[in-house]
Design a protein around this ligand. Sequence first.
Ligand code: GAP
Length: 452
Amino acid sequence: MTDVVTMDKIVALCKRRGFIFPSSEIYGGVGSTYDYGHYGVLLKTNVKNEWWRAMVGERDDVVALDSAIIQHPKVWEASGHLAGFTDPLVDCRTCKLRFRADHIDVSACGKKPSKHPGEHSECDLTEARDFNLMFETTVGPVKEEGATVYLRPETAQGIFINFKNVLQFSRKKPPFGIAQVGKSFRNEITPGNFVFRTREFEQMEMEFFVPPAEAERWFAYWLAERERWYTELGIRPDHLRMRAHDADELSHYSSGTSDVEYRFPIGWSELEGIANRGDFDLKAHAEHARDKLEYVDTASGERYVPHVIEPAAGADRATLAFLVDAYDEEELENETRTVLRLHPRLAPVKVAVLPLVKKDGQPEVAKELYADLRRRMQAEYDEGGSIGKRYRRQDEIGTPWGVTVDHQTLEDRTVTLRDRDSLAQERFPIDALGDELERRLRAAWTSPKLAA
Ligand code: GAP
């Protein structure tokens, strides 16, 4: 089927319905920084909750962590970020724009009609120089006397420096993992494409510590697991692929990385990276902290530095992918219906309760039902405007079910249950509704866009 989605449509829908909007707008905005509104918060929270469920809730071998954003500066020395977390930066002396030297062929020159930097006769590009992506700040009241620290550019290092603590308190032995969700910061030279690349974003990372001989097997295992997570949450399999990094793309710590890529409207792009980090991080921190970061088997006396398999995802990028994959339009009663065909578990609101008219006792029954349902799931009550308009509003935010209370409800305690995707409407006993919706929320789901 032809996909009607474009990045502009997603940006417009997100602004119109208050999912995501430019930050600091009343001051003219700060480039590539976004705020999440009500439905955006609910959606991204659902994405993170599904990640926690898959990583920790449904497993016995992964524990949770929430480490600090500001860590000892030596962390970044040991990790290699101070020396090597750089992008090659090129300035144009004429238009004062900055570009990533390795992205020149996809960057836009400031001088029209030329396309790429360097193509216009007035372009005056500097040589590429390394630009460290970490944000610096100072700890202490006096800037000059304070210590320079960095906002973490990844959540992963907070996990490595806590390896010993977790090993001690969690009673785990390799293979086991530590999972963390939180904000990371990168002073990207060219952020862009909405929340795809921003300077402040949330990561969902898990470091899985394994006996060295098992690293390859676990690497393959996590590739399959992560692919499954996205498709079970409704991402169409033909819009998802795994791409192994070539040797010259590998990060300094990695002996093998595969990206989970999604077919965004901007083309196939990284959604998540899965890396075999070997023993690089634990050894580096052990050396810099003059400590031992290893596993000792008390029964056999065997000791070794575990190898690490890391599935590293972005919560904002995943949220964007789910939005893009769900976006659909269809002609209905001479109007275009915009609908987000989100997996019900990801949908910001699960059910909308709507009295058909604002009289005859219908609002009272509807409010009673709403009070019951919202104890079980995210629900919304709406009595404003025509029923058609209210359905459209819910379609646009991806609410899978609409429940209408009408005159028949007052006679036989049944309601109309409307399905967002098929538009089927059925009469349903009001007292069985909560259980039925909970059952549907637990059920397997595939995108109706697949069948179209
Ligand atoms: N610890 C490994 C690591 O951080 P990464 O590939 O640099 O690996 C992991 O980042 C994920 O974090 C990416 O796949 C992406 O989803 C997300 N991410 C990275 N930089 C981002 C940015 N500037 N804006 C939004 N998400 C970003």
